[in-house]
Design a protein around this ligand. Sequence first.
Ligand SMILES: Nc1ncnc2c1ncn2[C@@H]1O[C@H](COP(=O)(O)OP(=O)(O)O)[C@@H](O)[C@H]1O
Ligand SMILES: [Mg+2]
Length: 299
Amino acid sequence: MPAEVTDCIQKHCPVHPSGSVLAVAQNRIREKSTLRDAGLAVPEFREVTSAEQLRSAVSELGTPSVVKTASSGYDGKGQAVIHDPDQVDEIWTSLATDQAILEQFVEFDCELSVVGARNSLGEFVHYGPFRNSHTDHILDVTVCPSGLSDDVNERAVDVARRVFECLDVVGVLCVELFVTTDGRILINEIAPRPHNSGHLTIDAHKTCQFEQQVRAICGLPLGNAEQHADAAMANILGDLWNESEPHWPALLASDVKLHLYGKAEARPGRKMGHITALADSIEDADKNVRAARESLLNK
Ligand SMILES: Nc1ncnc2c1ncn2[C@@H]1O[C@H](COP(=O)(O)OP(=O)(O)O)[C@@H](O)[C@H]1O
Ligand SMILES: [Mg+2]
């Protein structure tokens, strides 16, 4: 919903998350500037509004670098990796935008996300960190716990807590993070809502992210966010349809949970549902969830 609409509704009733949080999350320049100005670490970036500006930003940040439309991008849409300055004109035209952000290409060990919830009393609970792997810039598999050190997990949660406080967030919000090869934690982006990486909380946690959203925005006490089993979640993309329906019986014969979103049309790259596996270790959960997804192709 455009932030202007929430600003208007806010005059008549409480709106959570507030229009100001949405405005920050809906524009990548505003998002990264706000977080950086609050003392939080983000990848180096430049605002660009023309092919010329993109060219000079690429010469400053070097290649590879990542250009993204300032607004309306999701699941890798509206972004491109620039490997060579010669690609600038072609890529700028393909983005079809008048405002974009150029980011340094972050060399990361892994990507994490922290989904949290905060109510109007300032109570805060969080899940994770979740450890996420992406394919073609789209979330593919999430595991929780992360399998990383306590130090990294604590720093990730601390960054998320600071985001909630500096934006005065009421509701559920996800903070996507890079753990760089030199051990820093950088914020990639924020999403002021239940997040794809938090879908495993439906099966693996005492209170899921969707229930926390209702509790948080209604001013109710937040639920217990404890995890009751190690878990892995794999997305089901439209690519798996491939002219006919995936083979659901094979998947349902295995010990996983299937969640479909009821979307009528399957398209490549479109998120149609997800699978969650619970196990005694994230390694087993990860293996089982991938095998279950693979079984959808068995005819
Ligand atoms: N600056 C960057 N350096 C390296 N990889 C990146 C960078 N920005 C994005 N990516 C990769 O692309 C994915 C999607 O980008 P993101 O900014 O989160 O957009 P979206 O809104 O599509 O999720 C990230 O999760 C990451 O894997
Ligand atoms: Mg993202």
